[in-house]
Unconditional design. Structure first.
Length: 227
């Protein structure tokens, strides 16, 4: 187990070293492990979308300190953008705000206990209160700020990533993972934005990019139920 954890930490640190030398990266990750056992088309009346869970951390370049960013993280913004996206596609009724997913908060950290394969492990998601016989859609969101490695300019990178899994009949029938990583700049925040004071913590356009991409395939396949 210790060797596996060391390899995971090495891979994570190598990822940050590579992207620290660039300004941004956006795209689907872990494609070789994507899961899709769902029908091509399903009715929204067989789907329930759970509230997303969040992990928000600030990391130093050398990981000699890290602490939670709940004060300056933006879970409310992610939830609002997700709700807006669902509403625009007539799927807002599938979002069940009464289902708590807080048991999954703070599960994902750069050098934490989770391994990459835990994102699609049914064992790691057993605490979720699911609706039997439904397709239970769960978004797990990570928002992190990372100091640039080997950079004396003081740059910081903002990272918003999200995986989605769908659980039905006690098994994971769907899994995808999207990552957005970029150098944080004040220009990402409009001058009139009330969020400008929180620079460099997660501008709306970065959150919108993640929501749009992680939901795109599902929106095409979930058809609003006829009333």
């Amino acid at each position: 187990m210790g060797e596996i954890k060391f390899k995971f930490m090495k891979i994570a640190c190598s990822f940050f070293l590579i992207v620290s030398l660039t300004s941004c990266f956006h795209g689907f990750m872990d494609k070789k492990n994507f899961i899709d056992k769902m029908p091509k088309i399903i009715s929204s009346d067989s789907v329930v979308i759970l509230n997303p869970a969040f992990t928000m951390w600030l990391y130093s370049a050398n990981n000699d300190f890290n602490y939670p960013l709940w004060q300056n993280g933006r879970p409310d913004s992610f939830n609002k953008i997700l709700s807006k996206t669902l509403n625009e596609n007539k799927l807002l009724s599938t979002l069940d705000k009464g289902i708590s997913t807080r048991c999954m908060d703070d599960k994902i950290t750069l050098v934490g206990k989770w391994q990459p394969e835990d994102r699609y492990s049914i064992e790691k998601h057993k605490c979720l209160k699911l609706k039997k016989e439904f397709y239970n859609v769960f978004f797990n969101v990570s928002m992190g700020v990372q100091e640039a490695v080997a950079d004396v300019s003081g740059r910081e990178h903002s990272r918003v990533s999200c995986y989605v899994i769908i659980i039905k009949d006690s098994s994971i029938t769907y899994y995808k993972y999207y990552d957005s990583f970029r150098t944080a700049r004040k220009s990402h925040f409009p001058k009139s934005s009330k969020d400008r004071k929180d620079y460099p913590y997660f501008a709306n356009d970065q959150i919108e990019r993640v929501v749009k991409n992680i939901t795109a395939d599902l929106i095409k396949r979930i058809i609003p139920a006829k009333k």
